[in-house]
Structures are given as C-alpha cells and as structure tokens.
Design a protein around this ligand. Structure first.
Ligand code: ADP
Length: 195
C-alpha cells in the first residue's frame, strides 16, 4: 500500500490537488472535511455535533474524526492506498492513525505539506466563500479562527512526521498544474509501490 497525507492550512489547495492526485495514482481519497459535511447534509447526530464546531472555525473533537477514519479504512479493504486530506489535524489524531495503519500492516509513506502565505490563504478562502456555499468560508472571523486552530493544534502534526523524516515541503503558490507537478515529483521520488 502507498498512503500519503496531504497537509497544509485551510485554503492551501488540499482539495484541488487531492482530486488530481487520486486520479493519477489510483488512491482512495479520505477527506475528513468532506465526510463531516456529508454527515451534516444527512442530518446525522454526528453531523449535528460536528456542525457546532465547524461553524465557529474550531476543530471537531478527536474521537469523532478518528472514529470516522477508522470506519472508512475498514470499509475500503481493496484500496491500494489512501490519500488523507485534512487528517490528521492534531497530534492525537496522528498517533491514532499510525495505530490504525499498524493494525493493517501498513503506514504513512510521506506527508506532503503545502506552504502558502497567510495573506494568500485569507484571499482564497473569501473567494471560495462566494461560490462554495460553505458557511465557514464567507466570514473573515471564522476564517481567522480556523487559521489560529491550524497554528496551535495542526502545525505540530508536521513535527510528528518530521521525526520520522517523512515530510516534504511543497510550495503551494503558482498555477494548479505547477503545484501538482511539484507534488508528483515528491511522490515519484519515494513511491516504489505506486504504479
Ligand atoms: P479547510 O481545510 O479549508 O479548513 P476542511 O474541509 O478540511 O476545510 O475542514 C472544514 C472544517 O471541518 C474544519 O474547520 C474543522 O472544523 C472540521 N474538520 C475537518 N477535518 C478535521 C479533523 N481532522 N479534525 C477536526 N476537525 C476537522
């Protein structure tokens, strides 16, 4: 299996690049943001709980997202690899993911970390908010809260994987295709298992 984490602050382009990466490498896309929004759309109890955090720009509790990822792994036994998008977002989530992958006798091959300036992030998120219908994208206070959560809780996740020399920093500015090219270079440099 080849499992990778696409990492970066809100608005760094994880969703856009994930779509291109799964198409090229045949990975199963697991986005906790998408999974949570689908729970909200279906008005499940989990969705209702998650919504109250997401609307404020706060992270959803670890046990909720870890449970979702655990089920998603179990539900895709045939996957040849996973692309984790928006997960793990805390050190506890990173440890839980390692444990879950250990049980499946696999692990994370690489964390690709997109780097984008804060000014550019806010600009992109406000622009996305004009069309995405995402209530967390059209309010600058909520956007700032998400970026603060990222700095406090999520940025340390990169340090966790740095300990295992698994982090590749990738410039997340420029054209979509240029960024995609940079990501592919990093994958191809490591991916003996990708065909
Ligand atoms: P973005 O990367 O633009 O913030 P996402 O769709 O990844 O968009 O996440 C939207 C919101 O969903 C987050 O602000 C957070 O509230 C919640 N969320 C998504 N993934 C996680 C996670 N792994 N842990 C906790 N909360 C999460």
């Amino acid at each position: 299996m080849f499992n990778l984490i696409l990492f970066g602050p809100p608005g760094s382009g994880k969703g856009t690049q994930s779509e291109k990466l799964i198409a090229k490498y045949g990975l199963k896309h697991l986005s906790t943001g998408d999974l949570l929004r689908s729970e909200i759309a279906n008005q499940t109890p989990l969705g209702l709980e998650a919504k109250s955090f997401m609307d404020k720009g706060q992270l959803v509790p670890d046990e909720v997202v870890i449970g979702m990822i655990s089920s998603a792994l179990d539900n895709n036994p045939e996957a040849k690899g996973f692309l984790f998008d928006g997960f793990p977002r805390t050190s506890a989530q990173a440890q839980a993911l390692d444990n879950l992958l250990d049980l499946k006798k696999t692990g994370i091959a690489v964390m690709l970390a997109l780097e984008v300036t804060e000014e550019e992030l806010v600009k992109r998120l406000l622009k996305r908010g004009e069309t995405s219908g995402r209530s967390d994208d059209n309010n600058e206070t909520v956007i700032k809260a998400r970026i603060t959560e990222y700095h406090n809780k999520t940025a340390p996740v990169a340090d966790y994987y740095k300990n295992f020399e698994k982090v590749a920093l990738v410039k997340g500015e420029g054209s979509i295709d240029d960024i995609f090219g940079r990501l592919c270079e990093e994958i191809n440099a490591r991916a003996i298992a990708v065909n």
